[in-house]
Design a protein around this ligand. Structure first.
Ligand code: 13P
Length: 342
């Protein structure tokens, strides 16, 4: 019975035309984002910014769930509703980031392991009480000289699987996020190879930990050329490489893949998602769980000024709409210019 609920919740999170907003930046990360628009990272500014996102009218048509941070799940809108209530009133499912960050791995220079398992069972119970229905844990794999090592991949896979098992025990849908970074000069072929190795280890660990695949979602990176690679793959090449890589290692029982944007521009992320959804014959919903690719234009329009809230919300609504269209392979470039003309 419990699993049946998790299955249907996981399917709701990847309902056609909808995807997830990742608004779970940790305090140091949101500080960086706010600094980029000249805004100090006070608790009130962080709250005001999230208020802009969560009270955007009609965005529930395109956004199925929002991932919150520990501070954010306890905050309220300007008009005194908890953020959880405000999201639920739009039909949006609240989720929560539960990892405590990727930390340097002892003896493995340049590699990281994600912390946060200690006390996780109790934290999950509290978050469930506060209204979270799903959770996220991010592992980070870097590509470089002689890395990633098998030890780093295996360690992160094990941590992800233990987290996912605890989530399902605590009645939350786990989003399993092993991010192979696009930083570096590697080719798209190398990114493919490392992503495949990583996902293979993750699914083996999930199987060993008896995680129910129907009641979870995978949050993978797209398969891309490294940011500094002189040879940049085309949109079609990225779409084909990503879907082919996923087909090799992601079981069909997983209801959906919710891609991260990982430092792509907002337009690139939408174009890639669109091109993937134009390829036929995939067993999963191909959706999004974007942070930067949904928020970059919102931050730029808001600038910390309450006089800009309407413009910032328009920008968010527009990006959410574009990504919703991309879920059907129906996004076109002129949607961007149509907006500029409006
Ligand atoms: P980006 O889309 O900015 O990569 O963020 C997604 C996310 O939640 C990373 O954990």
């Amino acid at each position: 019975m419990k699993n049946e609920n998790l299955d249907s919740l996981a399917r709701k999170l990847v309902a056609p035309g909808k995807g997830i907003l990742a608004a779970d930046e940790s305090t140091p990360t949101i500080e960086k984002r706010l600094k980029s628009i000249g805004v100090a990272s006070t608790e009130e500014n962080r709250r005001a910014y999230r208020d802009v996102l969560f009270t955007t009218a009609s965005v529930g048509e395109f956004i199925s769930g929002v991932i919150l941070f520990d501070e954010t799940i306890r905050q309220k809108t300007r008009d005194g509703r908890t953020f959880v209530e405000a999201l639920e009133q739009q039909g949006i499912i609240p989720g929560i980031k539960v990892d405590k960050g990727a930390k340097p791995m002892a003896n493995f220079p340049g590699e990281k392991g994600t912390e946060g398992l200690d006390g996780l069972r109790d934290r999950l119970a509290e978050y469930r009480q506060l209204g979270a229905r799903f959770a996220k844990w991010r592992a980070v794999i870097s590509i470089g000289d002689k890395i990633p090592t098998r030890t780093c991949i295996a360690t992160n896979a094990e941590l992800l699987a233990r987290y996912a098992a605890l989530c399902q025990e605590g009645d939350l849908v786990p989003i399993v996020e092993p991010e192979v970074l696009m930083d570096g000069a590697h080719t798209i072929e190398r990114h493919f190879e490392v992503t495949q190795q990583t996902l293979e280890a993750v699914f083996r660990a999930l199987y060993e930990h008896r995680v129910v695949l129907e009641g979870m979602l995978l949050k993978p990176n797209m398969v891309l050329s490294g940011k500094e690679c002189p040879q940049q793959a085309s949109v079609q090449e990225v779409a084909e490489a990503t879907v082919s890589c996923m087909k090799h290692v992601v079981p069909a029982a997983v209801p959906g893949l919710v891609f991260l944007s990982g430092g792509q521009t907002d337009l690139q992320a939408t174009e890639h998602l669109n091109a993937m959804n134009r390829l036929s014959d995939v067993p999963w919903q191909l959706s999004f769980s974007f942070g930067r690719a949904l928020q970059a234009p919102v931050l730029k329009a808001w600038k910390g000024d309450s006089a800009n809230v309407a413009d910032a919300q328009k920008a968010f609504h527009h990006r959410a709409l574009c990504n919703s269209k991309a879920r059907f392979g129906k996004y076109t470039e002129d949607m961007e210019t149509a907006k500029a003309a409006a």
